[in-house]
Ligand binder design. Structure first.
Ligand SMILES: [Zn+2]
Length: 304
């Protein structure tokens, strides 16, 4: 009887643990979480540093067991750029404006990775890339530059009364004013990525992207920032469902300094975790910015 009790007890514990892991979206030890950062062509010349910074934040978070980096050739088409996307839970895109189109085969494997349930995280100028790639525009929801216009889809923003506007009138997609600190206004506080964050927080000096346009399908705007240039509240955190895949897109993160913001770091880590699993365990840290004070974690100090 005692033996039988032990066996049953063990089974119950195992089942509860498995259920808890499943509920939290955590992988068991048998399948470690894997992240891949892709980069190589970006009009932001600091991309090697931002890749290093993001990798460091991911290592510190202990959310992922494996964090790899695959870099595209610096110029032109690179037929050897064929990352094994399917080996990862999340792909972090650190490409930028005027990135050369990928090979047909690489585009196909990337599309099927996301469509079949892979996670994708889009950082700042990665929403400038590949204006003519239809599936990519659907994944990122909204994009800018590269000839984007009303032909790519509506300009999406919030008006002063908090309504989401899809403006289909003609105009270019993508612009920004001079860099400055700006407030992030959380519009969806029950989403795993934003849950527990202050409703308003001050982001460190960055480019405030405005007038982004795109298909904006299956898209949820989690946060906005007020642009004095457009006098509209511009999307700053986006979640897009593409097939079975989850995409987190942040237009923030222009400079190394912008990426030292604790608000950026937290949304980046939470975005990666959510894109990979659909859940978030990463907490809002004690040094999170407030409505009136920015908060920075200098990279040099964290990694001397
Ligand atoms: Zn920029």
């Amino acid at each position: 009887m005692i033996m039988a009790f032990h066996v049953t007890h063990q089974l119950i514990v195992t089942t509860i643990l498995a259920g808890t892991f499943a509920a939290l979206g955590l992988n068991t030890l048998a399948s470690p979480m894997k992240a891949l950062i892709i980069d190589g062509q970006n009009n932001h010349k600091n991309w090697p540093q931002t890749t290093q910074m993001m990798k460091h934040r991911l290592v510190e978070s202990k959310l992922f067991d494996v964090i790899d980096n695959v870099t595209h050739a610096a110029q032109g088409e690179d037929l050897s750029f064929q990352p094994s996307f399917d080996n990862y839970d999340v792909v972090i895109n650190n490409f930028g404006h005027r990135a050369s189109p990928w090979s047909t085969q690489t585009k196909k494997s990337f599309e099927s990775f996301v469509k079949e349930g892979g996670g994708l995280v889009v950082i700042h100028a990665a929403d400038n890339s590949f204006p003519d790639w239809d599936a990519y525009n659907r994944m990122i929801g909204l994009g800018g530059w590269g000839g984007r216009s009303e032909k790519n889809g509506p300009y999406v923003y919030f008006n002063d009364t908090g309504e989401l506007i899809r403006d289909t009138s003609p105009g270019p997609g993508g612009a920004h004013g001079p860099q400055s600190a700006f407030r992030i206004n959380i519009r969806e506080s029950r989403h795993p990525i934003t849950r527990g964050m202050p409703p308003m927080w001050l982001h460190i000096k960055d480019e405030l992207y405005d007038s982004l346009r795109g298909p904006a399908e299956n898209m949820n705007v989690l946060a906005t920032a007020y642009s004095t240039r457009t006098q509209h509240h511009e999307p700053m955190m986006l979640c897009i469902q593409y097939g079975k895949g989850r995409v987190f897109h942040t237009p923030m993160g222009h400079s190394n300094e912008s990426q030292e913001c604790v608000g950026f770091i937290t949304t980046f880590l939470r975005g990666c975790e959510w894109a990979a699993t659909g859940h978030v365990t990463e907490e809002t840290p004690k040094d999170f910015p407030t409505a009136d004070a920015t908060s920075s974690r200098p990279f040099r100090l964290a990694n001397p």
